[in-house]
Design a protein around this ligand. Structure first.
Ligand code: ZN
Length: 225
């Protein structure tokens, strides 16, 4: 078993050490001032089986919650890294409307999942077209075609013919994270593999890309209906 990664150590006047796994999977250790970092690492390592089990349980509970997605009044949906509430409103218009929140006619509730997917797709088309325009102009890059997919874990891809694909789920993430995926795929136009040369291209376009790549690794599973 590998050594669990400690994301943060919070020191205080407390007397004992506590290991906390946050809802997003981050591991935080609360410790007294006098305990050395080496000692903290030893304790965390000795608890690695427990940590692995807790992390798995947390993940399973979250996956269960996602499966039970309901399109009821007050349910929340992610868009550009923020949560917005759904309001069921029996008014004249049809379809799903967004205005600092989602508005849906209760008559349309039975096919809400489809309406949400269509809405996210349209948003993805618009946002990704704009972000691609921004980065291609700035770095003198080209691509052939943009395609919106519904992949669950593959955020983006780049074909050898220069077609860039992105999943509509990506627009649930914050803009900087979307930009990271855009930059990643644009770098593939120049370098197909994930070699050091590839990551150098990514870094040149986005010096802090690692933060956003890590965010996606941690939170990718929440970007779903
Ligand atoms: Zn890649």
């Amino acid at each position: 078993m590998s050594m669990p990664h400690i994301d943060q150590i919070i020191r205080s006047r407390r007397k004992t050490i506590a290991i906390i796994i946050q809802p997003d999977g981050r591991l935080i250790v609360r410790a007294p001032w006098r305990v050395s970092e080496q000692r903290i690492r030893q304790i965390v390592e000795s608890k690695s089986a427990w940590i692995a089990r807790k992390t798995r349980e947390l993940q399973q509970a979250q996956e269960q919650a996602l499966l039970k997605r309901e399109y009821r009044d007050g349910a929340t949906f992610l868009y550009l890294g923020r949560e917005y509430r759904l309001k069921l409103e029996p008014s004249a218009y049809t379809g799903l409307r967004f205005q600092e929140g989602f508005f849906l006619n209760p008559n349309e509730q039975p096919h809400a999942a489809l309406l949400f997917e269509q809405w996210y797709r349209a948003a993805a088309q618009e946002i990704l077209t704009e972000r691609l325009r921004f980065y291609t102009h700035r770095f003198g890059l080209h691509y052939k075609k943009l395609r919106i997919s519904s992949a669950r874990t593959r955020w983006g891809s780049c074909s050898s013919h220069g077609t860039l694909s992105f999943t509509w789920r990506l627009v649930m993430a914050p803009l900087e994270v979307i930009d990271y995926v855009v930059v990643h795929e644009l770098a593939h136009v120049r370098v197909q593999n994930h070699s050091a040369a590839f990551w150098a291209e990514v870094q040149q376009m986005m010096p802090d890309y690692k933060t956003h790549r890590d965010w996606l690794k941690r939170n990718g599973r929440f970007l779903s209906l």
